[in-house]
Design a protein around this ligand. Sequence first.
Ligand code: FAD
Ligand code: NAP
Length: 312
Amino acid sequence: MGETRHTRVLIIGSGPAGYTAAVYSARAMLNPILVQGLQPGGQLTITTEVENWPGDTHVQGPDLMVRMQAHAEAMGAEVISDYISSLDLSSRPFTAKADSGTTFTADAVILATGAQAKWLGLPSEEKFKGFGVSACATCDGFFYRGKEVVVIGGGNTAVEEALFLTNFATKVTLIHRRDSLRAEKIMQDRLFKHPKVEVLWNHSVTEVLGDETPLGVTAVRATHVETGKTTDIPCAGFFVAIGHAPASELVKDQLELHNGGSVKVEPGSTRTSIPGVFAAGDLTDHIYRQAVTSAGMGCMAALDAEKFLAGH
Ligand code: FAD
Ligand code: NAP
């Protein structure tokens, strides 16, 4: 059996929401413990340039997250490399069990588990995951030097991934199911001007095609959303960038959720349906989903937790 540790505030997640909550609750002398999870630093560690973090015209996502961790630790937060595998919110103190065997008990919990990439759900996508199918151009783009790739999606992530892949690939085809993108206009402008990029509108990807030995992608089958006509687009890499789903698995049977799995909070606060449990960042926000808004909600969660603890 592992050890049991008690903390006033347990923060689960190490993205902008978690680290900001840690800075604020450490400065409130609450000696928070933050558990990082499997992706220390969160989603920004799988991107390159971040151009909209106030105060930095350009900053590398992973560098920004290293700075946020250092800031939280400098203020007195304890940052632990572990993963919370179960959480019991039925009575106070709340109990969280970690993969290492440690049990945390906490007077207040701040949930900042963010979101994870969504997949199309095709059997062939599953088959070629890691063998040509990826959800992270920053991680895997380098493997496609001198080759053709396809990206699916129409949001900021898809456009960013497509532009990033032009650094390696000879051609990048962006497939989108509608005839307009939802990405920011400045990003669209860059995409449309890029000589290596072609956009295939009004298509979905219905199959990933490839070789068995060695296992690898050779093309994707694109299907016109209205006519049903199919076109095979040759490529060595297929990048899925169709958004992210909130990581609410730990609490899905304990807290009220809405909008496809986001943790519901009282408007204008981070209070969930259980007193003493707060949620911040992409886990609760299905609209803005930005680093700066996540950080803002992390601040709110720490202030809400401080107020709750003062009253108990
Ligand atoms: P996340 O960053 O998702 O972090 C979640 C954290 O929770 C992770 O540390 C994970 O390890 C942890 N966790 C999950 N489950 C557990 C568990 N059970 N136990 C312990 N820990 C757990 N936004 C911008 O503002 N500007 C950008 O340029 C930008 N670029 C982006 C590029 C890409 C490719 C992507 C995917 C997103 C981008 N975003 C950008 C969006 C931004 O990254 C997110 O809005 C932000 O990271 C959300 O922060 P968060 O703290 O809510 O969660
Ligand atoms: P998103 O904005 O939700 O966009 C998802 C895209 O995928 C949409 O275009 C959607 O099409 C498409 N899509 C969804 N399901 C699909 C399916 N099954 N098949 C085909 N296409 C599908 O997600 P995101 O691009 O990952 O962005 C998430 C958040 O992070 C956003 O708030 C974004 O602003 C933020 N972000 C910001 C930056 C930045 O600021 N530079 C960079 C990356 C991400 P429809 O358009 O038809 O719905």
